[in-house]
Design a protein around this ligand. Structure first.
Ligand code: PEP
Ligand code: MN
Length: 349
């Protein structure tokens, strides 16, 4: 069961609902979204009805939600949510272009990549300081030094930062530096990590597990929402199929399916799905056409020297072509390119 608070509900109103539910032996999880506060109730539904919560001050609706994922469901939440990342919107009106290196390797490499991203029209910077690698012998990322580099590059370019956290114990540290935390494909079902990012007041980008169904993905988001954080952005990054011609198979239909089931935004990662530079532009166009709320793309000043995922990183002409697509296609589909509020001067193209 879910209690939807009125837009003008006070903290005391919210606390009164929580107290009444807890007094009856139930649990109440408060999720403060941009538009309104929702309280998810866990316990005996019939008993909750008897509490007459609808009569309490500041309560707008009391809903019994049939979907297994309650807080992220679009059932009883028809308006689409816009998540703000350091002032850059990700939502239904805009198309958000996130770009940057797969991994933070040095200050110079990250700054160069960020400047490439800005020149191409991106308004958020990606870059991993903690890298979840298949091989323990592969570059694992610079850790906190990498986070410091991202913070310096944000100062320099004005781009808010999206970066991955791989361990629940690192969440507080990564949150000090990041504007949005990324939970990667290998961690989509790491429930301790999901709960830890759920306790933050920072947006989370939740990548789809490479072998996960859409239902499992929604339930993973529910773990984050249930701990109080409704600022979640889904990211479709390709799934494992029998096909070996591409690194993963981009499940483009996940975009309208998620839009039908959840009020949260969804973006596409054409770099990790195709795994090949030549596929990034066509897959990005497909993402725009299918209605994605944005894309997240690997760029690198010297892909041949990249410590991680060089073959899929864009540079030069490929990136210029993507920049053209990002500028021209979203307006045809009724969206504007997402800018940071008050930072229009960052974009000069
Ligand atoms: C990444 O975006 O750097 C990454 C590791 O992606 P994924 O979790 O989708 O493999
Ligand atoms: Mn990568």
């Amino acid at each position: 069961m879910v209690v939807v608070m009125a837009a003008d509900a006070s903290s005391a109103d919210i606390e009164a609902v929580v107290a009444r539910v807890e007094g009856a032996g139930g649990e109440a999880f408060v999720s403060r979204g941009v538009q309104r506060t929702i309280i998810g109730l866990v316990g005996d539904v019939e008993q909750f009805y008897a509490l007459n919560l609808r009569a309490l001050a500041g309560v707008s609706q009391v809903l019994r939600i049939s979907a297994a994922f309650k807080l992220v469901s679009s059932e009883n939440h028809p308006e689409r949510t816009t998540v703000s990342v350091g002032g850059v919107p990700i939502g239904p009106e805009t198309f958000t272009f996130i770009a940057g290196p797969c991994a933070v390797e040095s200050y110079e490499q990250t700054l160069d990549a960020a400047q490439m991203a800005v020149a191409a029209g991106a308004t958020l910077l990606r870059g991993g300081a903690y890298k979840p690698r298949t091989s323990p012998y592969a570059f694992q990322g610079l850790g906190e030094d990498g986070l410091k580099i991202l913070a310096r590059v944000r100062e320099e370019t004005g781009l808010p930062v999206v970066t991955e956290v791989v361990d629940a114990n690192d969440v507080a540290l990564v949150a000090q530096y990041a504007d949005m935390l990324q939970v990667g494909t290998r961690n989509m079902a790491n429930f301790a990590l999901l709960q830890a990012v759920g306790a933050l007041r920072k947006p989370v980008m939740l990548k789809r597990g490479m072998s996960s169904t859409i239902q499992e993905w929604l339930m993973a988001a529910e773990y984050i929402a249930q701990r109080g954080n409704l600022d979640i952005v889904f990211c479709e990054r390709g799934i494992r199929t029998f096909e070996t011609a591409t690194r993963n198979t981009l499940d483009i239909s996940a975009v309208p399916v998620i839009h039908g089931l959840s009020h949260l935004p969804i973006i596409v990662d054409p770099s990790h799905s195709g795994g090949r530079r030549d596929l990034v532009l066509p897959l990005s166009r497909a993402a725009m056409a299918v209605g994605a709320d944005g894309i997240i793309v690997d760029v690198h000043p010297h892909p041949e020297l990249a410590l991680c995922d060089g073959p899929q990183a864009l540079v030069d002409g490929d990136l210029r072509e993507l920049a053209t697509a990002v500028r021209t296609l979203p307006p045809l589909l009724g969206r504007t390119l997402a800018l940071r509020t008050g930072a229009a001067s960052v974009l000069k193209h």
